[in-house]
Write a protein that binds this ligand. Structure first.
Ligand code: C5P
Length: 400
C-alpha cells in the first residue's frame, strides 16, 4: 500500500471587497477544521471590511495584500500560486470576476489567480442587478468555459436592502466545492496516461499532404487536466498550433506511422490510454521524393490503409483503461457502441460532426459518453470542461 500522504493540502483563499467578506472568516475556519492549510490573499477593498490581522489570527499564516510587500523572500504571487492545491475566491465581486475574465492582474489576488495552475473556485457576491447584468453573466460564462468553477450566489435579502440573488453561497457549499476539488487535485498521482491528439498528415510529396481539420484541442485539454490531477502524462500529437501543455511530455509527430511508433513506445507504462487523435485512415502508397510539378500531376493517388493505432494497442489491453473517440455523421452513439465492442474499449466519446460550429476545429463540442453500462449525453461545453468530465469518468472506471 502506498504511504499515506500527510502533507496538509493548501487552499489559497482570495477575499475581495464585499460585505460578505466577514463570512470568509468562517470559511477559513471551516477549511482549517477539515485539516486544510489556508493562505489568505486580500484585495485592498477587502481590508476595509475585515482586517488582515483577523485572517492572520484565524489562519496562523501571513496574509498577503499588496504586490509590493514581502512577507517572505519568494516572488509572492508566484509562490502563493504554487502553494495552492486549490484557489477559492469568496466573496468575489463583479469587478474581480471581470478582471479574471479578461486576464487583468493589477493586484496580488488577481495576479495569483492568473499565475496559479491550481483549479479556481469562485463564489460571487454582489447586488442582484449587478449579478444579473449581461456583462457579468458573460464574464461568468467565459470563466466557466475556461474551467473555473462557480458556487452560485443564493437568493434572499441582500445587504443593500434589495431582495434577489447575489448573496454569498453558504459557507458549507463553498467548503464542499473546495473539498471536491482537493480530492481531484492529486487523484491521478502515480497513474501514467497516454493521450493521442490532433490529425495526422500523410505526405503526397515534400510539400503536399492528406490531412484533416482536427485542431488537437480536446487531446491537449485532456493531457493538461490529467497532469493537473497529478498523472504522469505523455501526449503524442500530430501537427497542432497549440503550445505544449504544462507538465506534459509532448511528442510531436506528422504521420500515422510515426504516431503509432510513439504511442507504442509510451503504451507499456500506460495505465490509461485516451485516443483523441483523428488519425488518417489512408496514406498515399508512395510519397514522391521531389515536389510533383504541376504538369506531372498524377490522375490518381493510390492510397493504402494506415494501421489502426488504438485497435492494435487494445490487443495488449491488460488492465489498462482505454478510451476512444468516434466522430461520426449522423447517429454517433450507434457508431460508438460498435467501436466500443470492436476495439475492446471502456469508453467511447461520440460526437456528430455535422453539428454546425461544434467538434472539429472548434473550442466547443457536444458529445455522448458511451460505455457498456449505457450512454450519457452531455450538454454542449468547452473542450476544457469536457476534459474534466471525461477524466472524472475515467477515474470512476479505474476505481471499479
Ligand atoms: O474507427 P475509427 O477510426 O472511427 O475510430 C476512432 C478511434 O480510433 C479514435 O479514438 C482514434 O483516435 C482511433 N484511431 C486510431 N488509429 C487509426 C484510426 C483511429 O488510433 N488509424
Amino acid at each position: 500500500m502506498a504511504a499515506m500522504d500527510i502533507t496538509p493540502k493548501t487552499v489559497v483563499l482570495g477575499v475581495t471587497g464585499g460585505i460578505g467578506a466577514y463570512k470568509a472568516c468562517e470559511l477559513a475556519r471551516s477549511l482549517m477544521r477539515a485539516g486544510i492549510r489556508v493562505r489568505v490573499v486580500m484585495t485592498e477593498s477587502a481590508t476595509k471590511f475585515v482586517t488582515p490581522v483577523t485572517f492572520r489570527a484565524l489562519t496562523r499564516e501571513p496574509v498577503a495584500v499588496s504586490l509590493w510587500d514581502e512577507p517572505d523572500a519568494k516572488i509572492h504571487h508566484i509562490s502563493l500560486g504554487q502553494e495552492a492545491d486549490v484557489m477559492v475566491i469568496a466573496p468575489c465581486t463583479a469587478n474581480v470576476i471581470a478582471k479574471l475574465a479578461h486576464g487583468r492582474t493589477d493586484d496580488l489576488l488577481t495576479t495569483t489567480a492568473l499565475a496559479t495552475e491550481a483549479p479556481l473556485i469562485v463564489a460571487p457576491a454582489m447586488n442582484v442587478h449587478m449579478w444579473r447584468k449581461e456583462i457579468t453573466q458573460a464574464n461568468v460564462a467565459a470563466l466557466r468555459a475556461r474551467g473555473v468553477m462557480f458556487v452560485e450566489p443564493e437568493s434572499g435579502e441582500l445587504a443593500c436592502g434589495e431582495v434577489g440573488e447575489g448573496r454569498l453561497a453558504a459557507v458549507d457549499s463553498i467548503v464542499a466545492a473546495a473539498l471536491e476539488e482537493l480530492g481531484r487535485a492529486r487523484e491521478l498521482e502515480g497513474v501514467c496516461v497516454l493521450v493521442t491528439a490532433g490529425g495526422t498528415r500523410e505526405p503526397i510529396d515534400p510539400v503536399r499532404y492528406i490531412g484533416n481539420r482536427s485542431s488537437g484541442r480536446t487531446g491537449f485539454a485532456i493531457a493538461e487536466e490529467a497532469a493537473r490531477r497529478g498523472a504522469d502524462v505523455t501526449l503524442v500529437t500530430g501537427p497542432a498550433t497549440l503550445a505544449d501543455p504544462f507538465g506534459v511530455r509532448t511528442v510531436r509527430v506528422e504521420t500515422a506511422l510515426q504516431m503509432r511508433d510513439a504511442a507504442e513506445e509510451a503504451f507499456d507504462d500506460a495505465d490509461v490510454v485516451i485516443a483523441s487523435a483523428a488519425v488518417a485512415d489512408f496514406r498515399p502508397a508512395e510519397a514522391s521524393e521531389g515536389k510533383i510539378k504541376k504538369d506531372d500531376a498524377p490522375d490518381t493517388i493510390e492510397l493504402v490503409p494506415n494501421p489502426d493505432i488504438l485497435a492494435s494497442l487494445a490487443e495488449r489491453k491488460g488492465s489498462r483503461v482505454l478510451v476512444g473517440f468516434a466522430a461520426e455523421s449522423g447517429d454517433a452513439a450507434a457508431g460508438a457502441r460498435a467501436k466500443l465492442m470492436a476495439k475492446h474499449l471502456d469508453l467511447v466519446v461520440a460526437n456528430d460532426i455535422t453539428e454546425p460550429g461544434l467538434g472539429f476545429d472548434s473550442a466547443r463540442n457536444r458529445v455522448t459518453l458511451v460505455t457498456a453500462q449505457g450512454d450519457e449525453e452531455l450538454p454542449e461545453m468547452d473542450k476544457r470542461v469536457l476534459a474534466r468530465v471525461l477524466l472524472d469518468r475515467v477515474t470512476a472506471i479505474m476505481k471499479g
